[in-house]
Write a protein that binds this ligand. Sequence first.
Ligand code: CA
Length: 434
Amino acid sequence: MKSLDSTHAPDLESWVASADSHPDFPVQNLPLGVFEPPGEDARIGVAIGESILDLRAAARAGLLPPSVQRAAHEPLLNALMGLPAAARRALRAAVSGLLTGRAHETLVRPILVEAKGCRLLNPARIGDYTDFYVGINHAVNVGSLFRPDQPLMPNYKYVPIGYHGRASSVRPSGEPVIRPRGQIKPASDAPPVFAPSSKLDYELELGLWVGPGNDLGQTIPIDSALDHFAGACILNDWSARDIQAWEYQPLGPFLGKNFHTTISPWVVTAEALAPFWIAQPPRAADDPRPLPYLSDAEDQAAGALAIDLELSISSARMRAEGLAPQVISRAGADTMYWTVAQIFTHHASGGCNLQPGDLIGTGTLSGKTREAFGSLLEISGNGKQPLAMPSGETRSFLADGDEVVIVARATAPGAASIGFGECRALVLAAPSEP
Ligand code: CA
């Protein structure tokens, strides 16, 4: 999973002119996605610079290895994600060869599509979506707002905390998010009202795609957990804090979280991420050791990802005045208290079956300072310190017309840096009451 080969060489160049200097999609990336050219049906593709390689057309032309031939004809990535790592590596090697070897240019150029104008869809049929809570700085910040004496619950450093989310409302970048209505309890002793959320928030997260699954009743050992990891995307777990605050006891998040989740549509594959594994930050000396089923020396040595995420916001007024979006959150995936492998292993540890195309959110990633907080709840201290915007407006939570964009980038010494594309959505007003 973490082995480097010629497809990762930092000096590798593509004959696709826009690829070599592309901030997100140089030939070392080759992310998989599902796209719809104007007026045509959806199919699987690979992003390369400002173009998309039509993978179904490549399969039809006999340009792909036999082991991926069938899966490449599918309209979604589930079958490809479920292939063993060897087949996925063979696909990457073949695509890299097609896009670098001048000899292939004449054959391949006709099946390259200009990305501009194509619609990007959810890359897989998401059977299940689970959201974890492994960003420890976020957990401490949010805990401090509501439980200053004990920000972290006693289980946090033993259990990778998560909850089952809603798969049907996961949508690709570009689709607007509609402000939800819900039950909201005023701070006073008044009874709850049913009204539009006035505490709509974003959450800066990484999404993890499940590759080969495990059978019901079977578990995923920590030392082979990454065999089940297909790749990553950016994830925005939209949250209505006021609805959440009233409904969450005793069973946890529900309608405050399930109205919409935005993902970046390209799957940056586990193979592409090979150069970007770094050591998991050591646990504090007085933290408990992970239980044996979550402990693996190799995972601790190289189980964290060198990925940085950046979130910007622009209000309707900022766009009207021609002001640039303001970056308000910057955090790295090295703020995860639990690794990708520990998340996968824990999820399956009771025999729960993960399936190809399942989506797992890491939980909000926050750094230690306000500039690095991954939600407005943290930045504004639940509304007590509104954020100043360049237009003179302020924000404690999101306003209608705000557009939130997250980008992410993986970097490592000696490797070509790769990006994730965009995770973008515009906030629309709650529909008027029926
Ligand atoms: Ca979340």
